[in-house]
Design a protein around this ligand. Structure first.
Ligand code: ZN
Length: 518
């Protein structure tokens, strides 16, 4: 009898302390939701970052401005923050691009110089537009090359349609859908042949053209969506490389092809500013019980600069900043230390996060968990265990605290397989640290906004971003409070279907610490 009484008493004590922990969790979680919905800062932060500061290309003055803005913002919330230098990059500043067709009629064209493009030296250059010749071989190309002197040369194919595939599917007959698909494949294949017959690649051809005296290089990297072109970096060193919208590029191409000898006037300004230091912005809320263990929020801060990097990765940035602000307010004394990493130069190969992993082994070794978000504005719909054998236990535990209206959208995959790249969590996974990707639904991210001129404030879906800020804050809270340290045991990876070899864990890689010089 006595023993049974004691047992029942202990059971009572245990269950009531569990009950108390649960009650504390519930209270904090409701306050997270309240703060995120009743006092959201997302719209304001989004406006300041995307509209006020703008795109954040590595090495540019605007990237630096964004780092300084983030540090100042954290300080206003009472959160300690700093910019940590990890390398340097060629510094370039985008100026205006004005493109007008002036013959056979006048039309202002839509387009912009690529990142790191040389300008027109403060002048407006007017010249004829010609199409890259379809030659027999590289010898014939060398013979043709002098004819580019003083001309703008088009180096992209003509698109057979300006309508995206989904539009054809909705309105086209089956026959016309089939036909346009074949036509697109044919034109692309022929254009690739045209390039390779020159003896150059897409990378080296622009340099051959400028060395032969071309006035500039014109291209059009259509993103298979209405109005969207992808804007990357220029390969030319002396004359501008300009991307022109599908519609206007097609116009010039067809006029040149039909012998109308179109002419454009181009003014492109840009500044080369030498080398600039590159940074990660790190902010921190110190842990009380286990300050030497870390829970991290993670999102790259840099972007391409055709738009303002709103969904890549302005929205991931907003999620992490807002989650930090909320946590500081409702959970100011976390058990473990909370860190956020706003990485520089993800776009050139995860450079900021790889540098952090290399420079902070003590943090990486004591990482409880990291949550990264970087695939658009959508609500989180997928979380993978990244190949960690016991991820199911802890992620499952933490997710169970997330309100049903957020959790119901999320599909989990355990143990999953380790991500080898794609975004910054992979830098940590490669080091064997439990890092996870909060993966969003698409909102047609891949075609409309990813690295395009349309990646702007108006594409942000604030309700979904708010959903993600709440989710992140709760996961971070639960990971901080968890009595157990997370397991890093790796799952046996399935055999690689292609090679027939056992699956291998991705290798840790070093960042490029000095970039933009090639
Ligand atoms: Zn990204």
């Amino acid at each position: 009898m006595q023993k049974l009484k004691l047992f029942l008493f202990l059971l009572f004590v245990l269950s009531s302390s569990l009950g108390m922990a649960q009650a504390k969790d519930n209270a904090i979680i409701s306050r997270i939701v309240e703060e995120a919905t009743g006092n959201s800062q997302l719209e304001k932060l989004g406006h300041e970052l995307m509209d006020g500061i703008g795109p954040r290309l590595v090495g540019t003055p605007l990237m630096q401005k964004a780092h300084d803005w983030a540090v100042a913002k954290y300080k206003t919330w009472g959160i300690e923050a700093r910019n940590e230098k990890w390398g340097e990059w060629r510094s370039w500043e985008r100026g205006i691009t004005h493109i007008d067709m002036v013959h056979p009629r006048v039309k202002t064209l839509q387009g912009m110089q690529l990142a790191w493009s040389p300008g027109t030296g403060g002048k407006t250059v007017t010249a004829e537009v010609i199409i890259l010749a379809d030659v027999e071989d590289s010898i014939a190309f060398q013979k043709w090359l002098p004819s580019v002197k003083g001309k703008f040369v088009m180096i992209s194919q003509l698109q057979p349609t300006g309508r995206p595939e989904y539009n054809w599917k909705e309105f086209g007959t089956e026959e016309s859908q089939e036909k346009i698909k074949k036509e697109k494949a044919r034109v692309t294949e022929e254009w690739n042949k045209r390039i390779s017959k020159t003896g150059y690649t897409n990378r080296t051809l622009p340099v051959a053209l400028e060395n032969a005296g071309a006035a500039g290089v014109l291209m059009s990297y259509w993103s298979n969506a209405f109005g969207a072109n992808k804007i990357f970096g220029a390969n030319t060193k002396k004359v501008p490389t300009v991307d022109i919208s599908l519609e206007d590029y097609g116009l010039l191409y067809r006029l040149a092809e039909s012998g109308q000898q179109p002419k454009i006037s181009l003014r492109a300004d840009s500044k080369d500013l030498g080398m600039a230091s590159t940074f990660n912005t790190i902010a921190e809320i110190k842990g009380t019980e286990k300050p030497g263990e870390y829970v991290m929020l993670s999102a790259h801060f840099d972007s391409w600069d055709g738009g303002t990097g709103a969904t890549d990765n302005g929205t991931g940035t907003l999620v992490m900043m807002e989650a930090m602000r909320i946590l500081k307010k409702v959970y100011p004394n976390p058990k473990r230390t909370i860190l956020v990493g706003h990485w520089g130069s993800e776009e050139q190969g995860l450079n900021g996060s790889r540098a952090f992993v290399e420079d902070h082994p003590q943090i990486v070794d004591n990482l409880q968990a990291l949550f990264n978000q970087d695939n658009g504005t959508g609500r989180v719909v997928n979380i993978s265990g990244q190949g960690f054998l016991h991820a199911y236990d802890y992620i499952g535990r933490w997710l169970s605290a997330v309100p049903e209206d957020i959790r119901k959208h999320i599909e989990t995959r355990f143990p999953g397989s380790p991500g080898g790249g794609g975004s910054d969590y992979a830098s940590f996974v490669a080091a064997g640290a439990p890092a996870f990707s909060l993966s969003s639904n698409s909102w047609l991210y891949g075609t409309y906004t990813w690295h395009t001129n349309l990646d702007t404030y108006d594409k942000i879906v604030f309700d979904d971003v708010r959903n993600n800020a709440i989710l992140t804050a709760i996961l971070v809270y639960m990971a901080c409070e968890d009595p157990e340290k997370t397991s890093r045991e790796k799952a046996v990876l399935p055999v690689n279907q292609r090679t027939g070899q056992p699956g291998r864990w991705p290798e840790k890689r070093s960042p490029t610490r000095k970039g933009g010089l090639d």
